[in-house]
Design a binder for this molecule. Structure first.
Ligand SMILES: Cc1ncc(COP(=O)(O)O)c(C=O)c1O
Length: 379
């Protein structure tokens, strides 16, 4: 089946009693056993639930993996992935990753004896130079947050293979519609399903997809042992959202490309970060590695924080809010929002200045979005 058909159908058919067209929600904590040895495949919702399983089968298929675990948030998926490592292991990650991931790595997991190096993922020599005998993992987030720099996934997987490390890719920004990291050699894919997969800003969730049996078994164990799985209600909402992933992503991209081009011509804007623009350093690589350029973009206004504040409080359609990937457009300020959990030196090292605004383009008409943004930028 083609991708969009799998979005609609894979995993969905779980109602053998009434043949409902959509997956029922099983809001139960526990399941009856037939006798002391036999149950119908589920015993307790922390360990497994039919609604959640429907979502997991669906996402595993979209990413090309063998298995998936749907978690309560993107952060709980990252936490579960981190438990694949052991005390003393060293992990390489980009220096411009999502602020919450950075905080988990640099502040929480570093205290629990995992070691991290944050490097420029565009510089393959820097990644090679960061490899140590204890390096067991490379964390890839591409395009990166918030400047949309594009990492060469296949090249990083090659470095990881030579080092005997695994690769984990946060595929939140592209969704599997635009990028499937496993096709480039990645071992584990992670999502904040809060974003494009759900797509309607009404759920927080996450997932991990694996393609090796050993990781599949270990992650199932970790998610159950730590109690990280998502609720049946949330799983149902995400599964419903995924059915329209393809058409939504097309509409998101149309809007983003129009807004990026408009911003690029605007005299009050010093730089636009959107991989779809020829001027973006990751444009060529994104053209090869992705099936589209996505709908996230950042731009820098001349006039720093004051001007950024002016723009963000004057947009009407772009709502001033964190998050991304929903049908409604959002605008945010990485400095005090998504990347506030990085300290200032880490933000500056990641290229985040006080004039940078991040935009998640929704599926509104591109003309309305461009009009809204240009009126907000007026002197
Ligand atoms: C790229 C990326 N990864 C992970 C996360 C964390 O996901 P959640 O907020 O669902 O825990 C986010 C949240 O914004 C994100 O943007």
């Amino acid at each position: 089946m083609e991708f969009q058909t799998r979005c609609v159908h894979v995993g969905v058919d779980k109602d053998s009693a009434y043949l409902s067209a959509t997956t029922p929600i099983y809001p139960t904590s526990t399941f009856r056993w037939d006798d002391l040895e036999t149950n119908r495949g589920f015993d307790y919702t922390r360990s497994g639930n039919p609604t959640r399983q429907a979502l997991e089968e669906n996402i595993a298929s979209l990413e090309g993996g063998i298995d998936c675990w749907a978690t309560s948030t993107g952060m709980s998926a990252i936490t579960a992935a981190a438990y694949l490592f052991e005390s003393g292991d060293h992990i390489i990650a980009g220096k411009d990753i999502y602020g919450g991931t950075y905080r988990l790595f640099a502040d929480i997991l570093a205290r629990q004896h995992l070691e991290f190096s944050f490097v420029d993922m565009l510089d393959l020599d820097a990644i090679r130079a960061a490899v140590r005998p204890e390096t067991k993992g490379i964390w890839i987030e591409t395009p990166s947050n918030p400047l949309l720099f594009v990492t060469d996934i296949a090249a990083v997987c090659e470095i990881a293979k030579e080092a005997g490390a695994i690769t984990i890719a946060d595929n939140t920004f592209c969704s599997p519609y635009l990028q499937r990291p496993m096709e480039h050699g990645v071992d584990v894919v992670m999502h904040s399903t809060t974003k494009y997969l759900n797509g309607h800003s009404d759920v927080v969730g996450g997932c991990l997809v694996t393609r090796h049996e050993e990781h599949a078994e270990r992650i199932a164990y970790i998610v159950n042992a730590l109690g990280l799985a998502c609720s049946p209600f949330d799983a149902w909402l995400v599964l419903r959202g995924i059915k329209t992933l393809g058409p939504r992503m097309e509409a998101h991209q149309r809007a983003a490309s129009a807004v990026a081009e408009m911003l690029q011509e605007h005299p009050g804007v010093t730089r636009v970060y959107y991989p779809g623009l020829d001027s973006h350093p990751g444009h060529q690589l994104a053209s090869r590695q992705q099936d589209g350029f996505g709908a996230m973009l950042s731009f820098e206004v001349s006039g720093g924080r004051e001007m950024a504040k002016r723009v963000m409080t004057r947009t009407r359609l772009f709502q001033l809010a964190e998050s991304l990937g929903g049908v409604e457009s959002l605008i945010s300020y990485p400095e005090t929002m998504s990347h506030a959990s990085m300290d200032e030196p880490a933000r500056r090292a990641a290229g985040i200045t006080d004039g940078i605004l991040r935009v998640s383009c929704g599926i509104e008409h591109p003309d309305d979005l461009c009009q809204d943004m240009s009126q907000a930028l007026e002197e």
